[in-house]
Design a binder for this molecule. Sequence first.
Ligand code: ADP
Ligand code: MG
Length: 397
Amino acid sequence: MCKAFIFLPSMTTDQLKQHFATAFDQQALEVYFCPGRVNLIGEHIDYNGGLVMPCAINFGTWMLLAPNEDNVFRFRSVNFEDTYDIGVQDAYEKTGREWYNYPLGVLHHFVADGKNVKGLDVLYYGNVPIGSGLSSSASIEIATAFAFNKYFNTGYSKLELVKMAKSVENNFIGLSSGIMDQFAVAFGEDSKALMLNCGTLDYQAVDAHLGDNVLAIINSNKPRKLAESKYNERVEECQQALAALKQELNIEHLCDIDTATFEQYQHLITDPVVLKRARHVVSENDRVKLAAKALADHDLTEFGRLMYASHHSLQHDYEVSGAELDAVVEYSLTNANVTGARMTGAGFGGCAIAIVKADAFEDYRKELIAYYTDKIGYAPDVYATNISDGVHELTGE
Ligand code: ADP
Ligand code: MG
């Protein structure tokens, strides 16, 4: 399904409205935007009771809608050729593996919950590269849930919409994933990082003024083939580490201890590989707390140092990086206009991020592409983004 994706990075709202008018022979009534997200720091620790620090970005999914008289939901995407029309029903089922299952899953949750809905013409457009870990799926889910909630006046809270979208991903689409993505694209705030405990959903929006820097996103263009099997392997290794530590410590998660305590008890873990995995988890959780402090102190240099340290730990202790993501960080370390860089997401491909001086971004982009292509054999995509607001209606456009 991914190969049908049409990437058109420069659509304006006016152009989208024209697309809508052409597709449906009527004007769009409402326009919504939901961002994608990156995780700034706190990788592979959400399933260990740890803290993550995602933020919403100014790349995402637009959703335009208008009612129709036919009591039919008509789903279109500028990015995909397949279309889908279906009448108002009491329940919906996943059909094939096509893109429209994401809005269909949201619609299913509304009707299954007894909400009254009426036919809508709906058009999406996304400029988030899909399947590369920037969570275009959470973006289209939350765009849809938020827009339906507003349009049908169904009164769900934002947190309820987040939980609903996670259920769409887990139960309707059939992917077991955590809540971070949906949470980040819904609750993201301009120039703020969200320090989030995925277990309790306690969060804190931390000022993350990048000043004269941009948040660069580097898509390695390496498919994340290994990600799922290795993910399960890491979960298992973390459970082994936890069981070993529990012999003497009364803890529920690996992230219940800090590095100092870990060093005191690490002898309980006899397998050297499991020991490395646990060291990543515990140290990464400490780094998230230090990163929040660095942001509060407006110390972007320290924040960048923690990003590099996070990558190093993911590369050597957790072993979820790879030559491609390492190449991005290796080059970034040589460029004085880069404050910090690291892989983000599950690893084995997908994306890296870097904090780069805005006026040096173009040079960074060109030099990184040259370095990476020379080393890896094909080019990455490099984007300049900003930390932005979560899902919202676009008014007055
Ligand atoms: P990721 O979330 O990492 O981008 P996923 O495979 O989880 O990758 O989700 C990507 C899928 O979400 C796409 O294959 C498509 O089905 C759906 N999707 C995302 N953006 C759009 C869009 N603009 N239009 C239609 N479908 C989309
Ligand atoms: Mg996804």
